[in-house]
Design a protein around this ligand. Structure first.
Ligand code: NAP
Length: 308
């Protein structure tokens, strides 16, 4: 049992990630008070109906007053605006962190506004779903998932340890890397797969030779697996693309080169090349299962869930 870690936690943004944090903090009793803040009355009201916190305020500046831990969970493009709003009311000694999917850009947006008296420690939990909003969160979202920290040079070790203990209490596995490296790694493991999914679903939607009803009717042949990623929040993913531009463009260039190789192998009937690649990629899937990052159930476990 971890017990109370903070007197007051302020959650700025209460969508999928913020509300999952709130649910875990409440269930585990990690804070005496959870102050919830969201810019729209609709989201804030819904958070209150769901009893995600102990108090609810629209103003981010008001929410962070006297908070020992501030977690910013908004689209990465909104980071600077939020940093400007909260900076004047942060409590000296507070830990300020975020959960943004890009790190160099969030640091560039937030760090200049952070007072010297607070510990600003950027982070990114590698956990989520294609759903958004306060209803989408759930207890245990972070269980067994990685949380990567990209601390700035000179970060206070005790504050960093406290934040790591907090995420570990939510069930996360902890890692640390520099922001540029984080952005490159995430470009390939997360950003590119989403962009490819958005693209393939968009292409299918545009096809005139195949009717829309056929795309839907026969989707279980593979297409369906891309639609889950392509159903992700448009605002969040617009911001990820705009705020990790260089790493994404670099990975897209590599991807296009490799796609051309594949295209050529198909054109020239080079079965051996295709077989070698498909064998290699199958081994990657095995490694993911061995690492506990997915379950070894056919069709991503959907049939197993259907039978429950
Ligand atoms: P979400 O469910 O869409 O919730 C977004 C929250 O941010 C809401 O409270 C929303 O407030 C607020 N917000 C939106 N635009 C804003 C703006 N311009 N200024 C201030 N607040 C704003 O999003 P989420 O999935 O929790 O994602 C939050 C962050 O987590 C993002 O940075 C994302 O990159 C990162 N992340 C997401 C995932 C994932 O799988 N979803 C995984 C890891 C990290 P209103 O509803 O009141 O407008």
């Amino acid at each position: 049992m971890t017990g109370v870690m903070f007197d007051r936690i302020a959650l700025i943004g209460i969508g999928l990630i913020g509300s999952s944090i709130a649910r875990d903090v409440k269930a585990l009793g990690l804070a005496r008070e959870i102050v919830v803040s969201s810019r729209s009355a609709e989201t804030l009201g819904r958070a209150q109906e769901l009893e995600l916190g102990t108090s609810y305020v629209a103003s981010a500046a008001e929410a962070v007053r006297d908070a020992d831990l501030v977690v910013v969970s908004v689209p990465v493009g909104a980071s600077e605006e939020v940093a400007k709003q909260i900076a004047p009311s942060l409590k000296p000694g507070a830990i300020v962190t975020d959960v943004g999917s890009t790190k160099a850009s969030v640091i560039a947006q937030m760090a200049p506004h952070m007072p010297e008296s607070v510990h600003f420690i950027p982070g990114h939990p590698l956990a989520g779903t294609e759903k958004s909003g306060p209803d989408a969160g759930f207890i245990g979202l972070f269980q067994g998932r990685w949380c990567i920290f990209t601390p700035l040079p000179g970060t206070d070790e005790r504050a960093l340890d406290t934040l790591k203990s907090f995420w570990a209490a939510l069930g996360s596995r902890i890692d640390e890397m520099d922001p540029q490296h984080h952005d490159k790694v995430l470009a390939i493991v997360s950003h590119l797969p989403h962009i490819i999914a958005y693209n393939i679903v968009g292409t299918a939607d545009d096809l005139e030779a195949v009717t829309e009803s056929e795309v839907i009717k026969y989707s279980a042949s593979g297409f369906r697996d891309f639609t889950r990623l392509a159903a992700s929040d448009p605002t969040m993913w617009r911001d990820v693309c705009l705020h990790n531009k260089d790493a994404i463009l670099e990975m897209l260039a590599r991807f296009s080169e490799d796609l051309a190789y594949l295209q050529r192998a198909i054109r020239w009937g080079e079965g051996e090349k295709l077989f070698e690649l498909f064998t290699r990629t199958r081994a990657v899937r095995r490694s993911i299962i061995e690492a506990g990052q997915d379950v070894d159930v056919p069709d991503f476990g959907r049939h197993a869930l259907d039978k429950r």
